[in-house]
Design a protein around this ligand. Structure first.
Ligand code: FEO
Length: 397
């Protein structure tokens, strides 16, 4: 039965044929509390071409949207810009339904699609003629997977940028300029912090090289979230700033607690930051998760991490978060390690070692209270927050 899913035309010869996933809340551990989209695009040229597919389970919706433009079996080419399963999960079923003449991917993409699904693909060169227009391919290896590439359709000036410039945001509007800017800025920052942050040097290199590619871009079409038809300078500038990881004059305190001892230190530290006139937020790991922490890390120049010791180890929720944050390689941060323990005290030491390994600046000594923080220890927490906030103000002047 037809469900009335339609394609949406984005330029004279290109249609959006993706899906909006309003329900997803966990994207491999990233909390997607506004859902997401898996964008796919149909180019109508002499060779009818599908750019990317969608997550497994959504292929029927995508094929219905395509069918409002052309019968899906008329598709000649499929181009896979990125082999991660949110864009390739439906590929095998789509190939079976469409029987395209060729499927294209980057050299690494071809190996990855073979390994995931046993799909045979042709490796792209620098460009591919579709008839009246051509696709040019931009190698974006490790942005954010080794197979990643972008495609540019010269006839309509559409840059299919796969994950880059994307965000997890389900919306009924397709264009960024139709969506609240504050929501977009937050979701783009969150996406960057959690997916791309560790490849920031490559982002900067790509932005530097971009003008030299001489692409007359009229539309930027990422694989997640809204598309851009204007204000490209703002989008590029935002990515350049995110990649630079310039410290912001804002602080975050992340803590786990068992019997409120570490929590007391967290609150005292935060009040010291507040007393110095610096904005601070507190994240309790009992009610928060790692992608929220990483977003706050990206938005803060000072981050304090605190946890108790349990069974001669750091409290597990903190180990999870630090492992995640470490992999995303935040730069230029002031830090502080603290915690509480009964006897052995491995918790705060583990945090301090992890922050050192991440090259956080740690001007104040680690603080660890036994059982319940004393008044003197709470004062030390307050003063540490106050001192580090004053340093952050100087650093970000
Ligand atoms: Fe949206 Fe890296 O997949």
């Amino acid at each position: 039965m037809k469900s009335f899913y339609n394609a949406e035309q984005i330029s004279p010869n290109v249609w959006w044929v993706g899906v909006v996933d309003w329900s997803v809340r966990n994207f491999h551990g990233y909390l997607t509390n506004r859902g997401t989209t898996y964008n796919a695009f149909l180019i109508i040229d002499e060779k009818i071409t599908l750019i990317d597919t969608v997550k497994s389970g959504f292929e029927a919706e995508m094929l219905e949207r395509i069918a409002t433009v052309i019968p899906p079996e008329k598709i000649d080419y499929i181009v896979s810009n990125h082999a991660e399963p949110d864009h390739s999960g439906a590929l095998a079923n789509v190939i079976a339904a469409v029987k395209p003449e060729k499927v294209f991917a980057s050299a690494v993409g071809a190996k990855t699609l073979q390994a995931y699904y046993g799909i045979e693909t042709e490796v792209v060169g620098s460009s591919l003629s579709l008839g009246a227009g051509s696709l040019a391919f931009v190698d974006t290896k490790m942005l954010h997977w080794p197979d990643s590439m972008m495609s540019f359709y010269d006839r309509d000036g559409v840059l299919f940028s796969q994950d880059a410039f994307g965000m997890h945001l389900a919306h009924s509007k397709l264009w960024a300029d139709e969506i609240d800017e504050n929501i977009r800025d937050y979701e783009m920052t969150k996406y960057y912090a959690n997916i791309i942050n560790n490849y920031s040097m490559k982002v900067t290199a790509l932005l530097d090289a971009f003008p030299g590619l001489n692409l007359d871009v009229k539309i930027i079409a990422p694989d997640h979230g809204p598309l851009y038809r204007k204000d490209f300078g703002r989008v590029f500038e935002m990515y350049r700033n995110l990649a630079a990881q310039k410290p912001a004059c804002r602080a975050t305190v992340v803590f786990a607690t068992m019997w409120h001892s570490t929590e007391k230190l967290a609150r005292a530290f935060a009040d010291g930051v507040r007393a110095a006139g610096v904005e601070v937020n507190i994240i309790d790991l009992a009610v928060s998760e790692r992608s929220e922490v990483m977003t706050a890390v990206a938005q803060s120049g000072l981050i304090a991490f605190g946890a108790p010791t349990m069974n001669n180890q750091v409290f597990p929720a903190m180990a999870d978060v630090l492992t995640y944050v470490k992999g995303l390689k935040p730069q230029h941060k002031l830090g502080f390690a603290f915690g509480s323990c009964g006897w052995s005290g491995e918790g705060a030491k583990f945090i301090a070692a992890e922050l050192e390994a991440m090259k956080f600046e740690l001007p104040c000594p680690m603080l660890q209270a036994r059982y319940m923080p004393t008044e003197a220890e709470l004062k030390t927490a307050f003063e540490s927050g106050n001192t580090l906030a004053a340093m952050l103000k100087e650093k970000t002047k």
